[in-house]
Ligand binder design. Structure first.
Ligand SMILES: NC(=O)c1ccc[n+]([C@@H]2O[C@H](COP(=O)([O-])OP(=O)(O)OC[C@H]3O[C@@H](n4cnc5c(N)ncnc54)[C@H](OP(=O)(O)O)[C@@H]3O)[C@@H](O)[C@H]2O)c1
Length: 292
């Protein structure tokens, strides 16, 4: 029996869809903080069980009969280690055979503050003795679409990444790889560095937005503190603005790039490109854009 945590989140939903291509609904358990959000999955024949990382005493019961667990990382980095420890302890208690965990690319050397809780989770999983696969995902391409509307409106995309290459891929591609790893024969414990086939820079993001919108968008690189202030000025809460500016500045080192093509190897096709994702998501106003 397969199970997916965070099943009502964006990644979790892609993962369930990818698993459904490889297993029947009655072999899948959707673990949801709020099962009421998963009624569509239940209607499709998938068992939905409550699974709140902040309710440690109730986790093991929801893992009953689960052999392979796709553990999608929590979206609250400051509470993540305690939440994740509870999940790993529950998996051990319930006799889960294999955990596949969504970590961050190059977690062992990644200077981005977010990586610390992923490193600690990887350590806890290894210490649990449960067989595991570490899915070290690079950035989602979708992260770069969050500010797209403002960038198109103002003709400027801001950031602190300089010419740093980013090998992002879509949530759907990472989720398909996760389903492949979860369902295929378990090898020895393994770390997968997962990334898009083609690295891009933030200037490439600006160019893709230009083509999609049919108007000029330029990338403007700012020092981290100036970028943080610009985000705050645009209404982003101060803590989140500081985090985004830090991620952007540290990505300048190229830590989010990876040329191994492990992700496309797992999914058996090239990963979706930045341009394809931009066109699919925000469409194209430029007649030439589709020809590229
Ligand atoms: N690689 C990247 O670029 C990137 C970017 C953003 C996030 N991430 C990481 O990847 C994960 C999945 O991304 P996503 O885009 O799917 O995020 P998302 O849409 O925000 O989904 C997060 C999921 O975590 C669940 N969750 C939050 N707190 C929980 C709790 N206490 N107990 C149980 N479940 C809880 C949420 O439940 P509800 O459905 O009830 O809200 C949701 O299903 C994130 O959580 C984060 O760790 C990676």
């Amino acid at each position: 029996m397969y199970a997916v945590t965070g099943a009502t989140g964006q990644f979790g939903r892609h993962a369930i869809a990818a698993l459904l291509k490889r297993a029947s609904p009655n072999e899948i358990v959707a673990l949801a903080r709020d099962p009421a959000k998963a009624t569509d999955l239940a209607e499709g024949g998938i068992a939905v069980r409550p699974f709140d990382y902040d309710a440690p005493d109730r986790l093991a019961a929801s893992l009953s009969g689960v052999t392979r667990l796709l553990f999608v990382s929590s979206d609250t980095p400051d509470r993540r280690v305690a939440q994740h420890k509870a999940v790993i302890d529950a998996a051990a208690q319930a006799g889960v055979a294999i955990i596949a965990y969504t970590s961050i690319i190059h977690a062992d050397a990644n200077p981005i503050s977010l990586a610390e809780s992923h490193r600690e989770t990887e350590r806890l999983i290894a210490a649990s003795g449960i067989a595991h696969a570490i899915l070290r995902n690079s950035w989602y391409i979708e992260n770069h679409l969050i500010g797209a509307e403002a960038a198109i409106t103002h003709g400027v995309l801001l950031g602190s990444t300089g010419d740093g290459p980013i090998s992002a891929a879509t949530r759907a591609d990472y989720a398909e790889a996760a389903a492949a790893v979860l369902t295929e024969a378990p090898g020895p414990n393994r770390v997968y560095e997962l990334a898009g086939d083609e690295a891009f820079t933030l200037s490439d993001v600006a160019a893709a937005l230009s083509d999609a919108a049919g108007r000029s968008v330029e990338y403007r690189n700012l020092p981290e503190a100036e970028y943080r202030e610009a985000l705050i000025g645009a209404g982003v809460p101060a803590d989140f603005a500081a985090a985004l500016a830090e991620y952007s500045a540290k990505a300048a080192s190229g830590i989010l790039a990876d040329e191994s093509r492990t992700l496309s190897g797992l999914i058996g096709r090239p990963t979706e490109t930045l341009r394809a994702t931009v066109l699919r998501t925000i469409g194209s106003a430029a007649p030439s854009a589709n020809a590229r």
